[in-house]
Design a protein around this ligand. Structure first.
Ligand code: NAD
Length: 256
């Protein structure tokens, strides 16, 4: 379905981003990976699905590096047809104890990076008459949890950005939508499981159950594969008129 198209997925060396990159690769898209840590493992996984793969290690908190990455993708594949703004970090602390530099980093990586990548991707998408911008927000773009001020602010912000971009592209072949996962068992969440296990003297399994039981009625983690399939749907012709939605895949979290 996506052969000849190029998808750039930020923060795709791990977790949800890698799951989405693989789902888009299975549909035939060329993939530009981004993120920290080992890039060769993810590159091999995605190439194994038959995709052409490139990698750029831009730090998404740095607008100049985001510009380099967008130029790199255009040089390598012609243009970016599908932009998935996924890179993100978390920090958990009450507002009065929240380190200001962590606040700045979360706003830069989880929110401002999407603005920069979007503004740079849009002209070529509009010129081509087709494009998809998919923002990986969170259920925390819809509701709040204590001790996550920067994350909740950034995720509500990216849902707002999604709606504005959707309005500004409404009469074009470019759509912009957000995905709002509940708990997904990635390194970002395992850290929170570990913190809970340590604080409560719980085993890893007990801490996972406690985390799910508190927020997610299904008592099941959403998987990167399921989120990848939602991204594929947003890229399909059936979603041509799906614009500006914040679609939760959260085991019923936000229904409460
Ligand atoms: P993860 O830690 O597995 O992956 C995060 C990715 O972002 C990694 O590839 C990492 O290298 C990259 N990254 C971090 N800082 C970066 C930077 N400055 N520049 C470039 N890349 C950077 O986490 P994940 O759970 O897969 O999270 C992906 C997205 O999904 C995030 O936006 C997160 O907020 C969102 N999300 C996660 C969950 C969850 O339960 N895991 C739930 C809702 C939303």
């Amino acid at each position: 379905m996506l052969s000849g198209k190029t998808a750039l997925v930020t923060g795709s060396t791990s977790g949800i981003g890698l799951g989405i990159a693989k789902a888009l690769a299975r549909q035939g898209a060329n993939i530009v990976l981004n993120g920290f840590g080992d890039a060769e493992g993810p590159r091999a996984e995605v190439a194994g699905l038959g995709a052409q793969v490139a990698y750029h290690g831009a730090d998404m908190s740095k607008p100049a590096e985001i510009g380099d990455m967008m130029r790199f993708a255009a040089d390598r594949f012609g243009r970016v047809d599908i932009l998935v703004n996924n890179a993100g970090i978390q920090h958990v602390a009450r507002v009065e104890e929240f380190p200001p530099e962590r606040w700045d980093a979360i706003i830069a990586i989880n929110l401002s990076s999407a603005f920069h990548a979007t503004r740079l991707a849009l002209p070529a998408m509009k010129a081509a008459g087709w494009g998809r911008i998919i923002n990986v927000a969170s259920v925390h773009g819809l509701v709040a949890s204590a001790e996550k001020s920067a994350y909740v602010a950034a995720k509500h912000g990216i849902v707002g950005l999604t709606k504005v971009v959707a309005l500004e592209t409404a009469t074009t072949g470019v759509t912009c939508n957000a995905i709002c996962p509940g708990w997904v068992l990635t390194p970002l969440v395992q850290k929170q499981v570990d913190a809970r296990a340590q604080a409560g003297g719980l085993s890893n399994e007990e801490a996972k159950k406690a985390l799910l039981g508190e927020k997610e009625p299904s008592l099941q983690f959403t998987t990167p594969e399921e989120l990848g399939e939602l991204a594929v749907f947003f890229c399909s012709p059936a979603a041509n008129n799906v614009r500006g939605v914040a679609w939760n895949m959260d085991g019923g979290w936000a229904a409460q």
